[in-house]
Ligand binder design. Structure first.
Ligand code: BES
Ligand code: ZN
Ligand code: ZN
Length: 501
């Protein structure tokens, strides 16, 4: 996708469609038009105001009004998109609205689209608005069509951002950031969307390595022998039932001080979760190709971090394997020894994620990194607790928790804090091992987090359970069915905040 900046007046940009925006006034049903929308309204003799007065366009977030300016403008079509109430305007409204507009245009044949911004209000700058608009367009235009043989229907191949002469330098920076954030997110989405017959643990490691090479990150991949030497008993146990061997991927980005260990990102990389011997029911099992959503998010964030270069050291740890039932599978009743020496009594082979994460967290903590953030499609219980709108997270450090909430607000990904209180540790006590793998039905997302807590040592740590947010089962106006790439933008933003920008 080509992104260009132009200082031409929006009305003079030759394109298939020009996107302009309007917000709703707080006081009445009237609109506040962006400068470009106001210019279009003038050229079209008050058409927008008229459509608003008839009730055809009210300016809600993502509401669209298509206008055909004939030869009055260089654009073939103008799409006016609503940004919602002006007093609530933020980058998420702009991101979502632009994604909806761009997606709609792509579906209706546009190839070149221009975007004009300029409604910045409150404490939200026009540079932030431009970044959100480009991010929204790139996220909205994403499709995964690699396996469809029918000739691909047209797709947008150029996005032009309109700027004034004074805005130009700032918008160049907005585009750079938006492009890296969207590229990282869409990279994660494609990893999730790949079928499991293609995206095996070996293939996931290969893609991580190819990406690392492209972006300039150090990459180390451990094969089974090395995993055995290191004593990663969790990863070995889970991978036992599959013909696909496990991998353990480490990527390093060095933007901080030489001796500084920096932060660690850990991602659950189960390339397919059948449940193993504790087999899952068949319905919707296909979505379990997305059980490497945590790994995808971490890799996508490393891509964006590698491109944007924050002044901090960041290391990614990705344990990856699949969870299959077979004669060689691990079974309930087994006892598994994790890399840090602790033992876990297996009670349900479908609770595999915590086992592979335990090894990865042990290694990150052993290397002295802090904070450690892990992302995982870990529990169905988290989906029950918060559904799809928000990611629930756990942290042993209040400042880190606040930083996650605030990075999430900036990137439009929503997070909600969950508890780690001592009482929740009761149900994972084991009579024959150090801990028991699961704590039963109650508070399943919390007891899973309590298990992970045993492996982080003294590090500041946060666990983000993205089971409900990493994958959407049905298409939305702003994104298609499949991986969402949740976490990529928050982790990248967090890297900048921890680096002090
Ligand atoms: N990968 C699943 C969790 C999941 C469920 C992710 C739904 C996305 C959507 C995980 O490995 C799992 O199966 N967890 C079990 C744990 C239980 C056996 C303690 C669960 O949540 O049921
Ligand atoms: Zn499972
Ligand atoms: Zn799983």
């Amino acid at each position: 996708m080509e992104i260009n900046l132009t200082t031409q007046e929006p009305g003079r940009i030759a394109c298939d469609a020009l996107i302009v925006s309007a917000a709703r006034k707080a006081s009445d049903s009237g609109l506040v038009l962006s400068p470009a929308a106001a210019a279009v309204d003038t050229v079209l003799a008050g058409l927008i105001a008229e459509r608003n007065a008839d009730g055809e366009f009210k300016g809600g977030v993502g509401e669209l009004l298509t206008l055909h300016p004939g030869d009055k403008l260089a654009a073939k079509r103008v799409v006016l998109v609503g940004l919602g109430a002006l007093d609530k305007l933020d980058n998420q409204a702009v991101r979502k609205a632009t994604a909806i507009a761009a997606r709609h245009l792509q579906k209706t044949g546009a190839r070149t689209i221009a975007v004009a911004v300029g409604l910045a209000v409150n404490n939200f700058s026009v540079e932030d608005e431009a970044q959100a608009a480009i991010e929204g367009a790139l996220l909205g235009l994403y499709t995964f069509r690699a396996y469809q043989s029918k000739e691909n229907t047209s797709s947008v191949n150029q996005v032009i951002l309109a700027a004034t002469q004074e805005q130009k330098a700032g918008f160049e920076q907005s585009i750079r950031q938006a492009q890296a954030m969207a590229e990282g997110t869409n990279f994660a989405r494609s990893l999730i969307n790949e079928p499991p017959c293609v995206l095996t643990p070996v293939e996931l490691a290969n893609r991580a390595s190819a990406m690392a090479k492209e972006v300039g990150l150090e990459c180390e991949i451990f094969e089974k022998e090395k995993i055995q030497q290191l004593g990663m008993g969790g990863l070995l146990a889970v991978s036992k039932g599959s013909v696909n061997p496990p991998r353990f991927v480490i990527l390093r980005y060095r933007g901080g001080d030489e001796g500084d260990k920096g932060m660690a990102l850990v991602g659950k990389g189960i390339t397919f979760d059948t449940g193993g011997i504790s087999l899952k029911p068949g319905a919707n099992m296909d979505a379990m190709k997305g059980d490497m959503g945590g790994a995808a998010a971490v890799l996508g964030a490393m891509l964006a971090i590698g491109r944007l270069k924050p002044a901090i050291n960041v290391t990614a740890f990705v344990p990856t394997c699949d969870n299959m039932p077979s004669g060689s599978s691990y079974v309930p009743g087994d006892i598994v020894r994790i890399m840090n020496g602790k033992t876990i009594e297996i009670v349900n082979t479908d609770a595999e994620g915590r086992l592979i994460l335990a090894d990865a967290l042990s290694l990150a903590s052993q290397e002295g990194m802090s904070p450690i953030l892990d992302l995982a499609t870990l529990t169905g219980a988290m989906v029950v607790a918060l559904g799809h709108p928000m990611t629930g997270f756990f942290s042993n450090d209040e400042q880190l928790a606040e930083a996650i909430m605030s990075a999430g607000r900036a990137t439009g990904e929503k997070y909600w804090p969950m508890p780690l209180d001592e009482e929740y540790g009761e149900s994972i006590k084991s009579e024959i091992a150090d801990i028991k793998q699961t704590g039963g039905r109650e508070a399943g997302a919390v007891t899973a987090a309590k298990i992970l807590e045993h492996f982080v040592g003294n590090a500041k740590w946060a666990h983000l359970d993205i089971a409900g947010t990493s994958y959407v089962d049905s298409p939305k106006p702003y994104q298609e069915k499949g991986g969402t790439g949740v976490g990529v933008r928050t982790l990248t933003e967090l890297a900048f905040r921890l680096a002090g920008r």
